[in-house]
Every structure is written in structure tokens, then in C-alpha cells.
Design a protein around this ligand. Structure first.
Ligand code: RFL
Ligand code: PHB
Length: 389
């Protein structure tokens, strides 16, 4: 088989890139290790930057997002049983959109089916071959058969645990990593959100976040230990702990119900440099991970898609290879700023083991400064709604 671009990974990055390429008349095959149903069962991001919404529009898949997404022009920060609001639009003329990653992915799969794009599911043993030559290929096993796909370029959109990153030789690849000494326990429930906007809370019992998907679907998170298991958390225990971590004014309003999903995610910052090697480009979580505190993971994957799509469009349509040559440099410049913001939000809002009284006072002073100071709020707002591409 031959195609122009092989995309490894049918998560949001791979699908969005595939749709943009399709619309530009560039042929791509997507290889996904799981089934579509499995990919759609992963509950992840909920907050979309304007840039991602723009890419969904550009890809022609934003109709439902426009109808069902909620625009938020502010967020609540809470600490010490008090809270304050940051109005993004006081500082930047853009809101964020609350619309689940599951729905983004569903819209992209539906669009891909409509246009008849080739997606292979349940692929195994994906191997990238001859990536530094003019004739790269990807081999894999599907339905017990071995398949070899020759192509011009390979896009590694296969997430943190994928195979693409490993195709960059170890002596070329530089990895930067910070693992945080805690995780997030998340619950999705068929209940109305406790507040119209997200509430990020620093409490002496640890971080908590109140988020949502729609008027009757809430998403809550609490900081937990790295070793914790969802078996240790009954629904009642979760709600009790959440109430202890958010200001009383919110706890009193909290509507509880059965958890329809419960999971624990580790928190990590990670960047791989470079993000390209020969004819291979890394995109999204395959190249970088952020802790979810700043809502930047999916959004940073989207900015990679923007740079990569433009580079490939320039190569195929304008016959100009300058974009494909500079992809890694352009993408990484923005990635590191998202890394910094996510690290800062995480450091300000969580309780760390062995935090001294000094560390706690500094954290408190950071939050006080943010509450009182317009420049500090502007910095949060500009980063949260998303830096320009
Ligand atoms: P994904 O979503 O991991 O998709 C990769 C796909 O590749 C497939 N795959 C392979 N396919 C073929 N062959 C192989 N060898 C393969 N290996 C893997 C996988 O099955 C999968 O389908 O990466 P992608 O597309 O780069 O997307 C990244 C986002 O999923 C991620 O950054 C966000 O979910 C992070 N994130 C958030 N991001 C935000 O922007 N805003 C948020 O509010 C937000 N909240 C979150 C989050 C992530 C969370 N968790 C669970 C880590 C909240 C949480 C709790
Ligand atoms: C979510 O709704 O899942 C969500 C929202 C904001 C974050 C992280 C996750 O910072």
C-alpha cells in the first residue's frame, strides 16, 4: 500500500491532522491500536482554547461544538475557604470553550467516516522503517496479516506510550521529565455542576477541581496519592473529601450522585527534543505531557497539529519544504511555554509531601498576589485562554 502521510494514533491529534490533510487533498492513512469505542471511552480534557476551536472550524467539524460547547470568560480560584474570580476577557479578548475531548474525538471520527478516510483499528506491532531515507514505510499487523505502507512522511500521534518517539535514536533524543508526587482522582457524574465556571481549589487537604461537561454532567477531581487505587474510594468517600476541599459556599451547593466514571491519572511534565527526525514528526502527547492543572494537554497537541498541517500543506501544495524543516523548532517554542504554565499552576495549587511551613507561606503569598494584582491575573488569563500560534 502507498499513501502520502501515515498517521500513527487515532486520538484527537491524529484525527484532527487527518481531517485537515484530507480537506487539503493530501492522502493519509490512520493506524489506531484500539477500537473507536475504546478511544471514545477515555474521559480526558474538557477545556478548549480558541486555537483548537479554530482548527475544528477549519477542519469543518465544529457544528456541534458551536451548538453544545459553553464559552467561559472567567474561572474561580479558591484557597483558605475563600475564592476570587479571574475574568479572562478583562485581559484578552477570548474565552475558553467547555466541550469534552470525547465529543471532539467523536466529531472527528464521524467526519472521517463521512469522507471515507482510511482508518485501520486494532493494529499491532507498528514499526517505522527507513525514516531517514526518501522512502520511509510503516509496517504493522492487522487482522493477522502483515501490512507495509510506503509513504512520504510519518506523523507520530500515538500518545505518551506510543512507539513513534522511540524511532528517534537514543543519542539524538533528549528527554526532560518531572514526575509529581501525587495523582488526580477524577469522577464523572450525572449531576448539575456546582458552579457555572470551573473552580480550582488549593486546600490544606490537597487540590480539588470542579469542572463540567454540560448542565447535567459534572467532572470533579481531587489530588490523591500516587499509590492510591479507585477501589479505595467509594462514591460517598469521594464526595465527602471533595466537600472538605472547596469553600463552604460551594460545598453547601454540591449535588452528589453516582459516579459514571472514576479513574486516577498520574501527573507528569515531559518534553522530547527534537520533535522530528528524518521524515518522522512527533505530535501531541507523543512528544510532550503536562500535568492537567492548566488544561493544556489537548490544546498543546492542537498547536502541534496547526504547525504540522501548515508545514505539510506548504510542502505538498506550495512545493516549499521550509515548514517541514522548521516544525520541531516552531512547535517546541510554544510547547515549553505551556509546560511552564502547567508546572506553575500545579505548584501553586497542590500540597506536596515534605512541604515546609516556609513553602506553604510562599504558596499562600502567590495566591494572595494573584487575587490582588491585575498583572498577575493577566498573565494567568493570557496563558489559560491560550498563547497565539
Ligand atoms: P492520545 O489521546 O493519547 O491518543 C493517542 C492515540 O494513539 C494510539 N496509540 C497507537 N496507535 C497505533 N499504534 C501504536 N503503537 C499506538 N500507541 C498508541 C492510542 O490508542 C490513542 O488512541 O494523544 P493525543 O492525540 O496527542 O491527544 C492528547 C490528549 O489526549 C491529552 O493531551 C489530553 O487529554 C490532556 N488533558 C487535558 N488537555 C487539555 O487540553 N485540557 C484539559 O482540560 C485536559 N484535561 C487531560 C485532562 C488528561 C487527563 N488524563 C487522564 C491524562 C484531564 C485528564 C484527567
Ligand atoms: C476537565 O474538565 O476534565 C478539566 C478541566 C480543567 C482542567 C483539567 C481537566 O485543568
Amino acid at each position: 500500500m502507498r499513501t502520502q502521510v501515515v498517521i500513527i494514533g487515532g486520538g484527537p491529534s491524529g484525527l484532527l491532522l487527518g481531517q485537515l490533510l484530507h480537506n487539503a487533498g493530501i492522502d493519509a492513512v490512520i493506524l489506531e491500536r484500539q477500537t473507536r469505542e475504546y478511544v471514545l471511552s477515555r474521559i480526558r480534557a474538557g477545556v478548549l482554547e480558541r486555537g483548537l476551536v479554530g482548527l475544528m472550524e477549519q477542519a469543518g467539524v465544529a457544528d456541534r461544538l458551536k451548538k453544545e460547547g459553553y464559552e467561559h470568560d472567567g474561572t474561580i480560584m479558591a484557597y483558605d475557604n475563600r475564592s476570587f474570580r479571574i475574568q479572562f476577557t478583562d485581559y484578552i479578548d477570548k474565552p475558553v470553550t467547555v466541550y469534552g475531548q470525547t465529543e471532539v474525538t467523536r466529531d472527528l471520527y464521524d467526519a472521517r467516516e463521512r469522507v471515507g478516510g482510511k482508518t485501520l483499528f486494532l493494529v499491532e506491532d507498528v514499526v517505522i522503517e527507513d525514516i531517514t531515507t526518501e522512502n520511509p514505510a510503516v509496517t504493522c499487523r492487522v487482522d493477522g496479516e502483515t501490512l507495509r505502507i510506503e509513504c512520504d512522511y510519518v506523523c507520530g500521534c500515538d500518545g505518551f506510550h506510543g512507539v513513534s518517539r522511540q524511532a528517534i535514536p537514543a543519542d539524538v533524543r533528549r528527554e526532560f521529565e518531572k514526575v509529581y508526587p501525587f495523582g488526580w482522582l477524577g469522577v464523572l457524574s450525572d449531576t448539575p455542576p456546582v458552579n457555572e465556571e470551573l473552580v480550582y481549589a488549593n486546600s490544606e487537604r490537597g487540590f480539588a477541581l470542579c469542572s463540567m461537561r454540560n448542565e447535567n454532567l459534572s467532572r470533579y477531581y481531587i489530588q490523591c496519592s500516587q499509590e492510591d487505587s479507585i477501589d479505595n474510594w467509594s462514591d460517598a468517600d469521594f464526595w465527602d473529601e471533595l466537600k472538605r476541599r472547596i469553600p463552604e459556599s460551594y460545598a453547601d451547593q454540591l449535588v452528589t450522585g453516582d459516579a459514571i466514571e472514576k479513574s486516577i491519572a498520574p501527573l507528569r511534565s515531559f518534553v522530547c527534543e527534537p520533535m522530528q527526525w528524518g521524515k518522522l514528526f512527533l505530535c501531541g502527547d507523543a512528544a510532550h505531557i503536562v500535568p492537567p492543572t492548566g488544561a493544556k494537554g489537548l490544546n498543546t497537541a492542537a498547536s502541534d497539529v496547526h504547525y504540522l498541517f501548515n508545514a505539510l500543506r506548504q510542502y505538498y501544495i506550495d512545493k516549499d519544504s521550509s515548514g517541514v524543516e522548521s516544525y520541531s523548532i516552531k512547535a517546541l517554542a510554544r510547547v515549553w511555554k505551556a509546560e511552564r504554565f502547567s508546572w506553575w499552576m500545579t505548584s501553586m495549587l497542590h500540597r506536596f509531601p515534605n512541604q515546609s511551613d516556609f513553602d506553604l507561606r510562599i504558596q499562600w503569598a502567590e495566591l494572595e498576589f494573584l487575587r490582588e494584582n491585575k498583572s498577575a491575573q493577566a498573565s494567568l488569563a493570557i496563558n489559560y485562554v491560550g498563547l497565539p500560534y
